[in-house]
Design a protein around this ligand. Structure first.
Ligand code: IPM
Ligand code: MN
Length: 351
């Protein structure tokens, strides 16, 4: 029997509850499809940092490289200054494991309420391919005359030809595999960021030439925000840089019914990938059995898909659809009409 080794980082706040339900579903789906998951829990996060004074053990990245995938709950602790855990865990792992794609589906499930009037599941079904190791997140910059009235803070966006190209190529390949509307939209700001998005646009057009079966489209990021709300059905695959991708995927999460269901994958197609619900640790709901575990469940399905277990991934996807359409009153924490554990059980019952 095929067995996958999964590193599980439940993390902070409601992360552990979400991951618990996610694993319940993943193990059940694996059982039905005849494979197994061997999980190792790594207790990294806010508590670990407060206890040990270090964000990650020195060999954390080496440890993680031994697994087939990483399943992450949420990082963020009210007693830790913002930025320490995010940069020290989440961003560090994305960078050091070279997870250069952040894949974030925006998909409205049947029965889920969207704030976009008059739009249904057939209109809201696209994927954002966010570059995940460069741009403004590269940490390049500094201060001039810090703390003086003449202070200048500089934050530079780093865009390498290789980094942009592998991201854009992934987007076209993914679009072809997805078999949707067969269109890739580059989300940029060529009218202002004339260096960064000049490179992106050139690479987009060059690589796009190799995919004559896929329509190429461009929109500025501000316009994309408008169109995502007004005409979400225009989009199939959106490819963009790290910062714009961060912003538009929160907007996308709202279109699909909120953080309760929004999942993402940090992919290194040649290495170890990491899957997570994209919402935060929601500390105020910790231990109350009210958080929606579907985002973690969907992240788990993405993980199985990446591992090649497409049958199990599709099973989970269908079960989530049934739970959304037939059971939940809302996707919001505390308003689902079921407890966190019951939502996990419902998904299992529909597998
Ligand atoms: C996300 C988050 C992170 C990001 C934060 C927590 C560093 O917002 O995964 O979208 O900005 O990438
Ligand atoms: Mn974000």
């Amino acid at each position: 029997q095929k067995t996958y080794k999964i590193a599980v980082i439940p993390g902070d706040g409601t992360g552990p509850e979400q991951v618990r339900e996610g694993l319940k579903v993943l193990h059940a789906a694996a059982g039905k499809e005849g494979f197994a998951l061997e999980t190792t829990v790594l207790d990294w996060g806010g508590e670990y940092y407060l206890r040990t004074g270090e964000v990650l053990p020195p060999d954390a990245v080496e440890q993680l490289k031994r697994y087939d995938a990483i399943y992450l709950g949420a990082i963020g602790h009210p007693e830790v200054r913002p930025g320490i855990l995010e940069k020290g865990i989440l961003l560090r792992l994305r960078f050091e494991l070279d997870q250069y794609i952040n894949l974030r589906p925006v998909k409205l499930y049947p029965g889920v309420e969207t704030p976009i009037a008059g739009k249904g599941p057939e209109d809201i079904d696209f994927v954002v391919v966010r570059e995940n190791t460069e741009g403004l997140y590269a940490g390049s910059g500094g201060f001039l005359k810090r703390g003086t009235p003449d202070e200048v803070a500089i934050q530079t966006s780093i865009n390498t030809r290789k980094g942009v190209e592998r991201c854009v190529r992934f987007a076209f390949e993914y679009c072809r595999k997805r078999g949707g509307r067969r269109k890739v939209t580059l989300c940029g700001k060529t009218n202002v960021l004339t260096f960064a998005f000049d490179l992106w646009e050139r690479v987009f057009n060059e690589v796009g030439e190799e995919y004559p079966d896929i329509e190429r489209d461009y929109a500025h990021v501000d316009a994309i925000c408008m169109w995502m709300v007004k005409n979400p059905e225009w989009f199939d695959v959106i490819v963009t840089d790290n910062m714009f991708g961060d912003i538009i995927t929160d907007l996308g999460a709202m279109l699909q019914g909120g953080m309760g269901i929004a999942a993402g994958g940090n992919l290194n197609p040649e290495g170890v990938s990491m899957f997570e619900p994209i919402g935060g640790s929601a500390p105020k709901y910790t231990g109350k059995n009210v958080i929606n575990p579907l985002a973690a469940v969907c992240a788990g399905a993405m993980m199985l898909e990446q591992l090649g277990e497409t049958g199990a991934a599709a099973r989970i996807e269908e079960a989530v659809k049934k739970v959304c359409a037939g059971h939940l009153k809302s996707l919001a924490a505390g308003r689902m009409g079921y407890g966190t554990d019951e939502v996990g059980d419902l998904v299992v019952s529909h597998l």
